[in-house]
Design a protein around this ligand. Structure first.
Ligand SMILES: Nc1ncnc2c1ncn2[C@@H]1O[C@H](COP(=O)(O)OP(=O)(O)O)[C@@H](O)[C@H]1O
Ligand SMILES: [Mg+2]
Length: 259
């Protein structure tokens, strides 16, 4: 198996707080990895360091896009990291609420377009051709997510679970090799969560990408993960298959509880 992401002893300080301490996380091609741990463990901070929202205080974030060489992305801006093939969603929904569902996905596609600013202004032939492709690709994605009937609705008018799924569709529109999802099932009911895990499995199979997800819903985590990476107080405390994690004493004590 080929590695696509490799953090090398990542650390992050916020003033006196050590939010991440020497975290080594590897993701393989096509793998679904769940990142779990109690609130405040450093999960979102790790996402932020990987996606360029924060610069790590120490250590390195390396990405290895399939078929390409290793790049250390410390200090890269989030938009550059997206262009390199990492896409994410947020713990709190961050859609363009006053844009339509379709426009939200089209915005994601635009990071792959090769138009210059001038071509966009004059709406030249290449611009028109790319816009047509963007539209077709966006409608395809909305179809996969069961959102195509809502294409022209304002994003803010979608039910909550659909907004969460639209965020995933927009992230996928950037054509990533690694998708990072921050608590995608938060606020969903059990039926919506079941539908979400089918969707995540389908994305992995159809798009042949790796997925790293932060999630508290342990049923979902156990059902879809190839591997679980557990954090507590900024440190990685366990890393293994769902079966191994379920029976790991340290994890049970720190997070899963005794029942
Ligand atoms: N921007 C920030 N400034 C200061 N402290 C932060 C910031 N982001 C996170 N923290 C702190 O870092 C720790 C880890 O937070 P976070 O990564 O959000 O945890 P998790 O996602 O696992 O719940 C917490 O103590 C949190 O208060
Ligand atoms: Mg978080």
């Amino acid at each position: 198996m080929k590695t696509v992401l490799q953090t090398d002893k990542i650390g992050k300080n916020f003033g006196g707080l050590r939010a991440l301490d020497a975290v080594d996380l590897n993701i393989q091609e096509g793998e679904i990895v769940a990142l779990i741990g109690p609130n405040g463990a450093g999960k979102t901070t790790l996402f932020n360091c990987i996606t360029g929202m924060h610069e790590p205080t120490d250590g390195k974030v390396n990405i290895i896009p399939p078929g390409k060489g290793k790049t250390c992305v410390n200090g890269f801006k989030p938009n550059i990291i997206t262009e390199l093939g990492l896409a994410r969603t947020f713990q709190n929904i961050r859609l363009f609420s006053k844009m339509t569902v379709l426009e939200n996905v089209m915005v994601g596609c635009h990071c792959r377009n090769k138009n210059t600013f001038l071509e966009a202004i004059i709406k030249g032939p290449r611009f028109k051709r790319e816009e047509k492709q963007t539209l077709a690709h966006s409608l395809d994605l909305l179809e996969t997510f069961g959102l195509v009937d809502f294409a022209q609705q304002m994003a803010e008018n979608l039910p909550y679970a659909d907004q969460r799924r639209l965020e995933i569709a927009r992230a996928l529109a950037t054509d990533p090799f690694l998708l990072l999802l921050d608590e995608p099932a938060a606020g969903m009911n059990p039926n919506e969560t079941n539908a979400l895990d089918q969707l995540i499995l389908k994305i992995r199979t159809e798009k042949k990408i790796s997925i790293l997800l932060i999630e508290h819903d342990m049923k979902l985590v156990m059902r879809i993960s190839d591997r679980i990476f557990v954090m507590n107080q900024g440190k990685n405390i366990a890393d293994g298959s769902p079966q191994e994690i379920r029976n790991n004493e340290t994890v049970i004590h720190a997070y899963l509880g005794e029942e």
